[in-house]
Design a protein around this ligand. Structure first.
Ligand SMILES: O=C(O)CCC(=O)C(=O)O
Length: 285
């Protein structure tokens, strides 16, 4: 797999070709370790301030149990906390300190928290977005993903446009490794070139209920490629690219921060789960 770094920015021809052919791109050392550490520290602070008795929302892509969970569905313009499936014992009590059983924080960190804002709103990200033909990049959602040691849940194979649909499709993931990610601790796996296949599913509101509707039954292209990347790497993921990550059975966490961007010149579906009643979407700059 070809890897690039800051010296190749803004995206040179080789990078653009790689992106067009494969639907993903790895840019190593995009963020400094200190920048990653600042976000890790901030996530700890946010969890410290979170009252874990106030809510028990689980994020589990295998069972899709968040489809009728208003705490999840109304989180597009908030900072909210979602637990691992294995966070609770049979009596509903947390099996460990809250900081070891949170699955993710989402989905408007990039707008609402100063440190996340600064990490997300950058002209070099704007340059990259423009180079991959997002003419008016808008930052739609952000997630801090913990992939906790021993219990970090699998993220099943999906295409991001299923959840963040525009016409024409424009979603792109900007995924950042805040810690080293490898096969053992549940790195991303991708299907190179799979972005050229059809969109398989659409998570859309039908009769007021969020529904995962099948659009095309073609099986996903094989996710043959693990993206083992170092802390500070930026990974771009095309909205149609099939990707997933395994359960983390190791004793090391795999923190990541991901930003999903759409093109403001495309039509955002009013049937998507994420609707921002407050705060208009902003660009990188
Ligand atoms: O970090 C992960 O494990 C999954 C992230 C993902 O699927 C995404 O950002 O679209």
């Amino acid at each position: 797999m070809l890897r690039f770094n800051r010296s190749h920015l803004p995206l040179n021809q080789k990078m653009q070709d790689f992106w067009d052919i494969n639907g993903f791109l790895v840019i190593e050392d995009f963020y400094a370790h200190e920048e990653c550490d600042k976000l890790i520290y901030k996530s700890e602070k946010l969890i410290n301030d979170f009252d874990a008795d106030s809510v028990k929302s689980i994020f589990d892509t295998k069972n899709q149990n968040h489809v009728d969970d208003n705490y999840f569905l109304e989180s597009g313009d908030k900072i909210r906390f979602f637990f691992e499936d294995k966070a609770f014992d049979s009596k509903g009590n947390l099996i460990n300190d809250k900081k070891f059983v949170i699955n993710k924080i989402g989905h408007a960190l990039h707008d609402l928290d100063e440190d996340f804002y600064n990490f997300s709103h950058r002209s070099d990200l704007d340059d990259i977005a423009k180079k991959i033909n997002i003419s008016k990049p808008l930052l739609l959602q952000s997630m801090y993903i913990f992939k906790q040691p021993n219990i970090g849940g699998e993220v099943v194979c999906h295409q991001d446009s299923t959840f963040l649909y525009t016409e024409p499709e424009s979603a792109v993931g900007f995924w950042v490794a805040l810690e080293d990610a490898n096969i053992d601790n549940g790195c991303l796996w991708v299907a190179p070139g799979g972005h050229k296949g059809p969109l398989r599913k659409l998570f859309t509101k039908i009769d007021n209920v969020m529904t995962l509707k099948t659009l095309d039954n073609t099986p996903f292209e094989e996710t043959t490629t693990p993206l083992e990347v170092k802390k500070g790497s930026l990974v771009l993921l095309h909205g149609r690219l099939p990707h997933y990550s395994c359960e983390n059975t190791s004793n090391k966490s795999r923190h990541a921060y991901t930003l999903h961007v759409i093109d403001g010149n495309c039509k955002y579906s009013s049937n998507n789960w994420l609707q921002r009643s407050s705060m208009p979407l902003q660009g990188f700059v």
